[in-house]
Ligand binder design. Structure first.
Ligand SMILES: Nc1ncnc2c1ncn2[C@@H]1O[C@H](COP(=O)(O)OP(=O)(O)OP(=O)(O)O)[C@@H](O)[C@H]1O
Length: 446
């Protein structure tokens, strides 16, 4: 809760849009108070003006703040991180409620006091029953709007689903070299997807009847063309999306806490308005337990091997939104890896990184794989996949169409042919000749 409030506070402070809105709402309130103080209205008009002031302030600020914070938390992976911290979901909602309602409630009370002091006709009214109605009504309305905004962004509530404790037996592995198969044969299932169907709209499934068991210690690549549903599959496994049919679980016998799970999303799980250091601090607060109050040594971040290896020491105090895409990716990987995850779920980790960082990432994954971590990687980078995975599955047209062991392939070429489903395109007509023909005609005319 402390972590969420810390993040919310920094986020509001650095969100220009929200600050402008607060200033506009504040100015309108001051104008209304000022007018009331000058014209000294009667009880009825003064009551209306007081309510108008409270409504202007509370109703615009509370839902907007709540929506903005929750929206960005969904987008930047904060919710995934929160879920991964293993804390009860109600803590998130309570923290957001405190962040939205306590400051606005306090300011609301202040507005009432100022009104009372400046408008004599309200003295007796505010002290009485009517006064309670006058002041509590807008606060109640703000609370209802706050709840509505959470329901409107209903994904937050879906956090209460899936990832459940289940004892699962060993996984069927298809093919593979003897050594890989042996290594996995007796491993418990780390992630299990059973006959799972999901669509963003009920009538249009993105994934249909997917079944996939990932044994602990396996490094698996999830491939498929753009838009086939790879990221969606991660969302379902992590419990951020609710399947329409079947289920997807992370085995709690293997990963007793969701703290063991690290997911690298498109947004690299970083809050854009915060610096890299603040993001790490936020995650440290989120992951702190009584036994381990400081899971990461914040005082010596620069000296940590992971920070040094990915060379982000010089960028720790820059806001994430000011970093290049590659640096964001590096910061996201470091932020997640500092907490020593056992299940690593990466969504296009080599996207946008330079060749040296890519090589570094491959080396890191090799070491983690040798260390027995379970790694699931969504990638279009076949060379990376060839280097660090034991197994690849391919999604196509809503289904899981291929499931094979990397070392079953004689060489890289055979691997690429198989995983592109034989759809490699050469000799494609891009209409360039037509363009040339036009330019030829033009030059002839000249
Ligand atoms: N929030 C959303 N609401 C509605 N449709 C969505 C949403 N997110 C994704 N989709 C759709 O679901 C389908 C699968 O998207 P997803 O991002 O899972 O694909 P992907 O395989 O990860 O693609 P890529 O390789 O381009 O990253 C796409 O058609 C996409 O347009």
């Amino acid at each position: 809760m402390k972590a969420i409030l810390y993040k919310d506070l920094l986020q509001i402070r650095r969100n220009t849009g929200l600050l402008i809105m607060l200033i506009v709402a504040g100015t309108l309130s001051v104008l209304l108070i000022g007018t009331a103080a000058i014209i000294r209205p009667g009880v009825v008009l003064a009551g209306i003006m007081l309510q108008a002031t409270l409504i202007t302030f509370l109703m615009s600020v509370v839902p907007t703040c709540a929506m903005e914070l929750i929206r960005s938390d969904i987008g930047n992976g904060t919710l995934a991180a929160f879920k991964a911290s293993g804390r009860p979901n109600r803590q998130y909602l309570i923290a957001q409620m405190i962040a939205a309602l306590v400051p606005s409630g306090t300011l609301g009370a202040l507005i009432v006091l100022v009104f009372r002091a400046l408008v004599p006709s309200l003295h007796t009214v505010i002290a009485g029953e009517q006064g309670l109605l006058l002041t509590v009504e807008p606060l109640l309305a703000a609370l209802i709007l706050f709840l509505w905004s959470i329901f409107f962004k209903g994904k937050v509530l879906i956090m209460t689903t899936t990832t459940t404790a289940q004892s699962l037996t060993s996984s069927p592995t298809t093919g593979g070299t003897q050594s890989s198969a042996d290594r996995m044969a007796h491993s418990p299932i780390a992630v299990s997807v059973r006959d799972m169907t999901f669509g963003y709209q009920k009538s249009k499934p993105v994934l249909s009847h997917i079944s996939l068991d990932v044994p602990a210690g396996q490094s698996i690549g999830i491939l498929g063309y753009n838009g086939v549903g790879k990221t969606t599959l991660f969302g379902v496994i992590l419990g951020l999306l609710r399947p329409q049919h079947g289920d997807a679980v992370i085995n709690a016998d293997v990963f007793p806490s969701m703290r063991d799970v690290f997911q690298l999303t498109d947004s690299n799980n970083l809050t854009a308005d915060l610096t890299v250091r603040e993001n790490i601090r936020f995650r440290t607060m989120l992951y702190a337990t009584r036994e381990h109050p400081n899971p990461v040594d914040l005082a010596h971040l620069e000296d940590l091997p992971m920070v040094k290896a990915f060379e982000i020491g010089d960028h720790l105090d820059k806001k994430v939104k000011e970093l290049s895409s590659g640096l964001k990716k590096r910061a996201g990987i470091v932020t997640g890896m500092l907490f020593d995850p056992k299940l690593i779920m990466l969504d296009e980790p080599t996207n946008a990184v330079d060749p040296l960082t890519r090589q570094l990432l491959i080396e890191l994954m090799r070491q983690l794989r040798a260390d027995g971590r379970t790694i699931m990687t969504i990638t279009h980078d076949l060379d990376y996949c060839w280097s660090v995975t034991d197994r690849v599955v391919i999604l196509d047209n809503k289904h899981l169409v291929k499931d094979c062991m990397t070392h079953d392939f004689a060489d890289y070429q055979a691997f690429t042919e198989a995983v592109t489903l034989g759809r490699g395109k050469t000799d494609v007509d891009f209409g360039l000749h037509a363009g040339k023909a036009i330019s030829d005609t033009t030059s002839t005319t000249k």
